[in-house]
Design a protein around this ligand. Structure first.
Ligand SMILES: [Zn+2]
Length: 258
């Protein structure tokens, strides 16, 4: 994989005047040490100093961060969070990633792993999560979690989150119930984040966010019901604008900081 990354990057370096590169990596990263900790999805990525390897191969400085952090930065600088002082970002797809940007800087917390908003524990005895805990937001509201909820309720084993939202949009009552349940659970996570951080905007991206109004309208209303009254007027939940390019654009923004 690294060879492929180097090859594709070299092609870009040949065609453009490249002075730095940024990487959004799909897994935990030790940002201070500029090292990949591991990949949650692919084996063989334990303790990889990816920026060192790429920097040697490409002859430019390289910086790496977790892809959800980088996606948050991409939306903050080039997308829905543009102009805001602070942004909280959720990306809801096969999992739920999160990132916090405050005054233009990714907030990393004391140990570098702040912003894991998908692992907000929402239900005490909820389904098992990839992180080992139970009832995390990710285990309840990710794309596959929505599909699982639908296959339990509707008996359709092959369904997807997109099919559930599509059916709800045309008035299917069972699909509508699933969307309401998912929205309520998601609202608990988002409301808890707003109570803790009072961000100027909450941006939601990832495949599930493409459901659009059928997700965002009830979510805004449910979050308003759940946050403390002092935050109620300030709830701004926006659909991400940069789609799959948020991570690429965030990597650009990160490289600019070198
Ligand atoms: Zn979890």
């Amino acid at each position: 994989m690294i060879e492929q990354v180097i090859q594709l990057s070299r092609d870009l370096c040949d065609r453009h005047d490249v002075s730095a590169a940024g990487v959004g990596f799909g897994g935990p990263v030790d940002f201070a040490d500029q090292r990949v900790i591991n990949s949650t999805h692919v084996s063989g990525w334990d303790e990889v100093r990816l920026p060192d390897i790429l920097s040697k191969a490409l002859g430019v400085p390289v910086v790496v961060d977790n892809d959800a952090n980088v996606g948050a930065l991409g939306e903050y600088v080039y997308g829905a969070g543009r102009g805001a002082s602070s942004e909280v970002y959720y990306t809801i797809s096969t999992g739920i990633g999160g990132g916090i940007v405050i005054d233009g800087e990714i907030y990393r917390g004391a140990n570098g792993n702040a912003g894991e908003l998908g692992h907000d524990p929402i239900l005490r005895s909820g389904p098992k999560c990839a992180c080992g805990n139970r009832g995390c937001l990710e285990a309840l509201c990710s794309g596959p979690a929505i599909a699982r909820r639908a296959s339990r309720k509707m008996g359709d084993k092959a369904t997807t989150a997109k099919a559930v939202f599509d059916a709800a949009r045309v008035g299917d009552p069972a699909a509508g119930e699933i969307v309401s349940e998912v929205v309520e659970l998601l609202a608990m996570g988002v409301a808890s984040t707003i109570n803790a951080l009072a961000p100027q905007v909450v941006v939601i991206g990832g495949g599930v966010s493409r459901a659009g109004a059928i997700l965002f309208e009830p979510l805004r209303s449910s979050v308003r019901d759940r946050v403390m009254p002092v935050h109620r007027e300030d709830v701004r939940i926006l659909q991400a604008k940069r789609g799959d390019n948020a991570v690429l654009l965030g990597a650009v923004a990160l490289a600019h900081s070198l």
